[in-house]
Design a protein around this ligand. Structure first.
Ligand SMILES: [Zn+2]
Length: 111
């Protein structure tokens, strides 16, 4: 990886972190307890509960992604960054650009 690519990727990681943090904020709003207010009918209350569990799932996944992104930013200046943790080969720039938290190459990720 060139220094230029590293700098670019660090910017991309920061952008991803900001986006993921915004998503988490939004999801946190959506998973607030469902009101048992009698003004909403039984069906819509069930809908609200269903959506809530979908959103809770999304929230968990998004929080995990944020953790990965925060981990990756701490190693962004080391030799480890951009290398596959399993086989040691360089992870293609395009993959890192799309998913900067990747720690393995496409081949190993598929295994
Ligand atoms: Zn690999």
């Amino acid at each position: 990886m060139t220094e230029e690519e590293r700098t670019k990727l660090k910017e991309i990681i920061q952008e991803h972190i900001l986006k993921v943090e915004a998503d988490i904020k939004e999801l946190n709003e959506l998973v607030k307890p469902v009101s048992l207010d009698a003004s909403i009918g039984r069906i819509s209350r069930m809908d609200a509960i269903n959506n809530k569990s979908i959103n809770e799932d999304a929230l968990r996944k998004t929080q995990k992604r944020l953790q990965k992104l925060e981990n990756i930013i701490t190693i962004a200046d080391t030799k480890e960054f951009g290398k596959c943790v399993r086989c040691g080969s360089e992870i293609p720039f395009g993959r890192l650009e799309f998913m900067p938290e990747s720690r393995s190459c496409v081949k190993c990720a598929r295994r």
